[in-house]
Design a binder for this molecule. Structure first.
Ligand code: SAH
Ligand code: SF4
Length: 347
């Protein structure tokens, strides 16, 4: 099988170009063709000499994961099912919005964090996605929908825990935001994590990092231990401390996600406990009313309950975002992605 060059950075392309006896400047040209011009057919890489193009085509490929199914929701949301080389599947979701579109991508095949309310957890973890599989979701959807650079945001809120696949997620991120490559703004890429504290701390040392969203979902260790078992390893205090120490740029803030589960974490007392956790922060909160999943024992709170919870936070000056649930008729909303043996949850 030919080697896939997608996902190689400039240094790796340089090594490759040198290893086949080509001049070093060819690596820059190749990088530009792949990431800046999104050119995936070597024969169309007009910046390169004909002989070099042929050589590349003979020995290598540039292959995106294959989109094998598209499901469109009433509200315009589209869920894409990707088939990977080894016949595994992941999903990405395109969410059109008035101001800016969002593309929600996956970082792993399944997930082993085991959150009780999440459909992906039911799959367990199969494997980490490789860099071309992460980047490939973005390039494939952008290509098919003819998306302009800068017109959409990327969120790692699909299948998987991105910080359990730190190396590949961060490399894909660097390729996305490289001003000489895909030129996305790092402010338009968000990584959502259930709270893998050592990886969060590692990110403190990166030169450039994405927006961070933390899936909090509970305000006591007792409840969080139960809902999100990784809390037993890195508890709320450790998580909040790692967030406090995060070297946030001025005007950027950490986003805290809070999935509201009726009768579990949606009381006024929970809202006040949340405020106490935020002591010393200027947080943004994303309140997500639970999206129901077949077989899971949770319910979405009433609109009044959600509104009252939100008002308690807002009255204390917390910025609260509440997006309308999108794509739930095709099981594309937060926490509904799963693909098991030909049965895509609800789709
Ligand atoms: N693994 C990462 C990113 C993927 S999950 C994480 O957990 O952050 C993305 C978001 O969906 C998380 O905030 C998670 O708490 C939320 N979520 C999971 N299941 C959900 C459900 N059934 N309804 C609403 N949100 C859910
Ligand atoms: Fe994994 Fe996130 Fe789902 Fe938890 S909510 S099981 S971390 S994908």
């Amino acid at each position: 099988m030919k080697n896939n060059l997608l996902g190689l950075d400039e240094m790796e392309l340089l090594q490759l170009v040198e290893s086949i006896g080509e001049k070093p400047f060819r690596a820059k040209q190749l990088y530009h063709e792949i990431y800046r011009r999104s050119q995936l057919d070597f024969q169309d890489m007009t910046e390169l000499s004909k002989a070099f193009r042929q050589r590349l085509a003979d020995e290598f490929t540039l292959t995106l994961p294959e989109i094998c199914r598209r499901s469109a929701a009433q509200d315009g949301t589209v869920k894409y099912l990707f088939r990977l080389e080894d016949n595994k599947f992941v999903e990405a979701v395109f969410i059109p919005e008035e101001d800016r579109d969002t593309l929600c991508i996956s970082s792993q095949v399944g997930c082993n964090i085991g959150c009780k309310f999440c459909m992906t957890a039911q799959m367990g973890l199969d494997r980490n996605l490789k860099v071309p599989e992460i980047l490939g979701q973005v390039m494939a959807v952008a290509r098919e929908r003819n998306l302009q650079r800068g017109s959409f945001s990327i969120v790692f809120m699909g299948m998987g825990e991105p910080l359990q696949n730190y190396k590949n997620v961060m490399k894909a991120f660097r390729l996305m935001v490289d001003p000489l490559g895909m030129t996305m703004s790092h402010r338009k890429v968000t990584v959502s994590t259930s709270g893998v504290v050592p990886a969060l701390r590692k990110m403190h040392h990166e030169k450039i990092f994405p927006n961070i969203a933390i899936s909090l979902n509970a305000t006591s260790n007792t409840l969080r231990d139960d809902l999100m078992p990784l809390n037993q390893k890195w508890n709320l205090e450790e998580l909040m401390q790692a967030c406090r120490e995060f070297p946030i740029e001025p005007r950027r803030r950490i986003m805290f996600e809070y999935v509201m589960l009726a009768g579990v974490n949606d009381s006024d007392a929970d809202a006040h406990a949340l405020l106490r956790l935020f002591c010393g922060f200027r947080p943004k909160v994303n309140l997500i009313p639970y999206n129901p999943n077949p077989g899971l024992p949770f319910r979405r709170p009433s609109e009044e309950r959600v509104a009252q919870f939100r008002d308690i936070l807002v009255n204390e000056g917390v910025t609260v975002f509440m997006r309308k649930t999108r794509g739930d008729d095709i099981a594309a909303a937060c926490g509904q992605l799963a693909y098991m043996e030909g049965v895509s949850a609800g789709a």
